[in-house]
Design a binder for this molecule. Structure first.
Ligand code: ADP
Ligand code: MG
Length: 243
C-alpha cells in the first residue's frame, strides 16, 4: 500500500480573523501528483502554504512523515519540501549561482564543491547553463522561473509545492518553463501543483482537488474530475472552462 506523505486533518486557517481555510482534510501519498484548481481567492495558495509553514494553521493537524504541525506547534522542518512561487521569488541581490547555493550552504550538509557541482548540474537540467553569474533582474521571466525551479531542487526535496508556476509568464516564455515542469512531473516526488492550465493538470496529475471559498469541494482522480463531477459548483466551474 502506498505510504502517506502528507496527512491534513480538519485544517483551518485565518488571516486577521478572516477564515481563509475551512476544515480541510487531505491525504497525499508517496509519489502522487495532485492538481489544485478553483476560482481566484478560493484558498489554493493558502492551502499549500500551510504545508511548508508559510501560513500558520488555527486548528487541525498536518502530518508530514513523522512530524506534526498544529496551531500551537507551527514550526516544521521544511528541508524535505521545495516550493516554486508564481512570481519566482529569487533573491535579487544574489547571482543565479548564489540563489541556488544559499540554502544548502546554510544547512551545511555537503561540501562547497559538492553544492556547486549540484548547482551546475541543475542549471544544466533547466537549460540555464552559463547563467550562473547573472543577476535575476537581467533575466526574462521564463529564465527566472527555471532558476527558481533549479533552486528548489537543490535541497533534494521529497515534496514539491508549485503555486501557479506559469501564470506570470508571457505566452512565448510559458513553453520553456512548461517543458522543464513536464520533466519534473515524470519524477517520483510527491507534487502538489496549483494551476489554471487545465490541459497541464489533465496530463500531469493523478488527482484533482477543487477549492471554493476556503473549502475543499471535490477530491477525485483526474479523469473522473472532468467527466464525472461530484457537485454543482464543480459542474459550473468545468463548464466555464469550455468557454
Ligand atoms: N496576506 C493576506 N492578507 C489578507 N487576506 C489574505 C492574504 N492572503 C490571502 N488572503 C485572502 O485569503 C483568501 C484566499 O487567498 P489565496 O489562498 O491567495 O487564494 P487563491 O490562491 O485561491 O487565489 C482570499 O480571500 C484572499 O484575499
Ligand atoms: Mg494563489
Amino acid at each position: 500500500m502506498a505510504k502517506h506523505k502528507i496527512i491534513m486533518n480538519n485544517v483551518s486557517a485565518q488571516i486577521a480573523d478572516k477564515a481563509i481555510l475551512n476544515n480541510i482534510s487531505l491525504r497525499v501519498d508517496d509519489q502522487e501528483h495532485i492538481g489544485i484548481i478553483g476560482p481566484s481567492g478560493s484558498g489554493k495558495s493558502s492551502l499549500i502554504r500551510t504545508i511548508n509553514g508559510l501560513l500558520p494553521i488555527s486548528s487541525g493537524t498536518i502530518e508530514i512523515d513523522s512530524q506534526t504541525i498544529t496551531a500551537s506547534q507551527p514550526s516544521a522542518d521544511c528541508s524535505k519540501i521545495g516550493m516554486v512561487f508564481q512570481d519566482y521569488a529569487l533573491f535579487p541581490h544574489l547571482t543565479v549561482l548564489e540563489n541556488l547555493t544559499l540554502s544548502p550552504t546554510l544547512r551545511n550538509e555537503n561540501s562547497t564543491r559538492d553544492i556547486k557541482d549540484r548547482a551546475f548540474s541543475l542549471l544544466d537540467k533547466v537549460k540555464m547553463n552559463g547563467f550562473g553569474n547573472r543577476f535575476p533582474a537581467s533575466l526574462s521571466g521564463g529564465q527566472q522561473q527555471r532558476i527558481a525551479i533549479a533552486r528548489c531542487l537543490m535541497t533534494e526535496p521529497e515534496i514539491l509545492l508549485l503555486d501557479e508556476p506559469t501564470s506570470a509568464l508571457d505566452p512565448e516564455m510559458i513553453h520553456e518553463v512548461k517543458s522543464v515542469l513536464e520533466g519534473l512531473m515524470q519524477s517520483q516526488l510527491s507534487i502538489i501543483i496549483v494551476s489554471h492550465d487545465i490541459s497541464f493538470i489533465k496530463t500531469t496529475t493523478n488527482r484533482v482537488i477543487f477549492m471554493d471559498e476556503g473549502k475543499k469541494l471535490s477530491d477525485q482522480a483526474t479523469d473522473l474530475f472532468f467527466t464525472q463531477p461530484e457537485n454543482e459548483r464543480q459542474i459550473s466551474f468545468i463548464q466555464q472552462l469550455d468557454h
